[in-house]
Design a protein around this ligand. Structure first.
Ligand code: HEC
Length: 203
């Protein structure tokens, strides 16, 4: 509930602050960038390790069971990792083609996703990360974005509909009626892990 309220407040403010708040990598001083990348990479690794561990275990019991685990636990596990890291650091997975509307990108995240999407469209290798400086309600946050690619294991649940187990399709349609996270191929750009770091956490 707390998150919902925060999101509503933030989205109201975004319209006001987007024009002056977003800064590209080059506008963040190098010593700050180093710290942001360090915190961002380590938080990303921790999240992906946690999710992957849970996914592999769940897949052993079959994709239908694994879907349940993903839908019930992905956000919960993300919150658990945030709590372990502390310092007000906030982590999210988001995509231009999202499955859960709760993972939909805000304006800043959309900008970052489109940045990577441009490389994808031009068939160029994706940069390692993308950074933003964001001011929300007078507070400064640095955002670190790590691009995610589609691996073979992801295709079970994000691949072509025609290759998907019909029971899995039915379950996905029931859980996520507006699901956009299908028809991916191996190697596609899938989305990002976004790590938001409050200015004071860099000290
Ligand atoms: C067992 C099925 C399953 C597999 C395998 C799977 N996912 Fe997902 N994925 C889901 C479900 C279900 C969600 C929605 C989770 C939620 O409700 O928060 C999701 C959500 C996501 C999201 C968040 C954005 C969104 O679309 O809501 C990303 C990013 C993502 N998956 C990437 C991947 C990647 C990369 C892989 C492979 C390493 C992968 N997934 C493997 C089922 C799966």
């Amino acid at each position: 509930m707390r998150k919902v309220i925060a999101a509503a407040v933030v989205s109201g403010l975004l319209i006001f602050s987007i024009s002056c708040a977003t800064k590209k990598t080059s506008e963040i001083p190098p010593e700050k960038e180093k710290k942001i990348v360090q915190i961002g990479s380590s938080a990303t690794k921790k999240l992906l390790k946690t999710l992957k561990g849970e996914l592999i275990e769940a897949l052993k019991r079959g994709p239908l069971y694994a879907i349940d685990v993903c839908s019930k636990k992905a956000l919960q596990l993300t919150e658990k990792v945030e709590k372990e890291i502390g310092k007000g650091i906030d982590i999210k997975r988001t995509s231009l083609r999202y499955r859960n509307p709760k993972n939909a990108p805000d304006l800043y995240e959309r900008e970052a996703l489109e940045y990577f999407e441009k490389f994808e469209k031009e068939k160029k290798p994706l940069p390692d990360y993308y950074l933003q400086k964001v001011v929300i309600d007078g507070k400064t946050y640095y955002r670190f974005y790590k691009p995610l690619k589609v691996l073979p294991v992801c295709l079970t649940c994000h691949g072509k509909l025609r290759d998907m187990d019909p029971k899995l399709q039915t379950k996905l349609m029931k859980l996520y009626p507006g699901d956009q996270a299908i028809n991916y191929e191996e190697g596609d750009f899938r989305g990002v892990v976004r790590v938001s770091i409050p200015e004071e956490a860099l000290k």
